[in-house]
Write a protein that binds this ligand. Structure first.
Ligand SMILES: CSC[C@H]1O[C@H](OP(=O)(O)O)[C@H](O)[C@@H]1O
Length: 337
């Protein structure tokens, strides 16, 4: 199926001697691009969420290694700096481990450039494949709710959960799309709605706190989300708020789908209990759009991911295939023990 009309944003662009990033902190009000010219600048862009989204940060980090190689930097230091940029999305570590293996095999800067390009190209192909596999699970006439941003801005293009939604709309299976605003950083309000409006896909933004009420209304049959790390038993770390969506979905008989490439699967982590949850600066919670809304002197707790247990997930969709009712045994069939 031709999805090209749905896939025009490329937020991470390699330019031969620098990485060109669409600064996601400013969207949708401003489309500003930044140039990262060394591994330190790539690390800062990841840490500051100028580039974000599990696959996208892995891809950006891979290009950061290429810059370090081109500049004759100590590659182990560049790898360690990039790896420490954010703790939860395993795609970051997966991409860096893949670059490290090429370095250990004697790859020069040109060979590392080809490896980084392969990582980016494989992600786009995986998303296109996942879109079709996930959409096939959705009955015609369905409504879906998604959370955070899992589209072209979070990946090499097309998206993971948003890729399933794009494919489901293109196939006429999805009739209603709802996006949660996703406090505090508003990936849903600012980024997912930006992508859907550009695609011409009708969608309604909802407050995070309206999700259970929406499910109770019968308007949605699936909650479809991305992932930052899927443990060996299927427990899934994703944007904060995902866990409570899964609880509400179970209560209301709404199915719950996780869509993620195999680079998000971490078979070395036995369960969600072992996944490090990133805590970000509490000031991100004390304001909105850069304007403080909470009284001075107030404190905040700002975990930006949570873990949804596998028993609340109906399907994990990857480019290798679909795992329905995920558990350790089912995960090992596709990803090995
Ligand atoms: C396509 S996975 C995107 C994944 O990453 C997001 O987190 P962040 O915006 O903080 O990088 C969120 O968890 C999404 O599901």
């Amino acid at each position: 199926m031709d999805y090209d009309r749905y896939d025009r944003v490329r937020a991470v662009q390699w330019r031969g001697d620098h990485l060109h990033l669409l600064d996601q902190r400013l969207l949708p009000q401003e489309e500003r691009w930044i140039a990262c010219r060394d591994a330190a600048e790539v690390t800062q862009a990841i840490r500051d969420l100028a580039v974000r989204g599990a696959p996208a940060i892995g891809i950006a980090a891979a290009w950061g290694v290429v810059l370090a190689a081109q500049q004759g930097r100590v590659l182990d230091e560049a790898l360690a700096m990039l790896r420490a940029a954010r703790p939860t999305a395993v795609n970051l570590m997966w991409a860096l481990d893949r670059m490290k293996a090429r370095i250990a095999a004697g790859a020069d800067a040109q060979m590392l450039e080809r490896e980084a390009q392969a990582i980016q190209d494989e992600d786009l192909a995986a998303n296109r494949r996942m879109g079709g596999l996930g959409a096939a699970l959705i009955a015609p006439g369905s409504g879906v709710l998604t959370h955070c941003n899992t589209g072209s801005l979070a990946t090499a293009g097309f998206g993971t959960a948003l890729g399933v939604i794009r494919a489901g709309v293109a196939q006429g299976r999805i009739e209603r799309v709802y996006a949660g605003e996703t406090r505090p950083w508003q990936q849903g309000a600012r980024l997912t709605m930006y992508e859907l409006v550009r695609d011409g896909i009708p969608a309604k933004l909802i407050a995070d706190s309206a999700a259970a009420h929406l499910m109770k209304s019968g308007a949605v049959q699936w909650v479809i989300v991305g992932a930052d790390r899927i443990a060996a038993n299927g427990d899934t770390a994703n944007k904060i708020g995902t866990y409570q969506l899964a609880i509400a979905a179970k209560h209301h008989g709404v199915k719950f789908m996780v869509a993620a490439p195999s680079s998000t699967v971490d078979m070395a982590t036995a369960s969600g209990a072992a996944i490090e949850i990133e805590l970000r600066d509490p000031t991100e919670l004390l304001g909105i759009g850069g304007r403080r809304v909470v009284v001075e002197g107030a404190e905040a707790w700002n975990p930006v991911f949570d873990v949804t247990p596998a028993n609340l997930i109906d399907a994990i969709v990857t480019e290798r295939g679909v795992i329905e009712r995920p558990d350790a045994a089912a995960m090992s069939v596709l990803f090995g023990a």
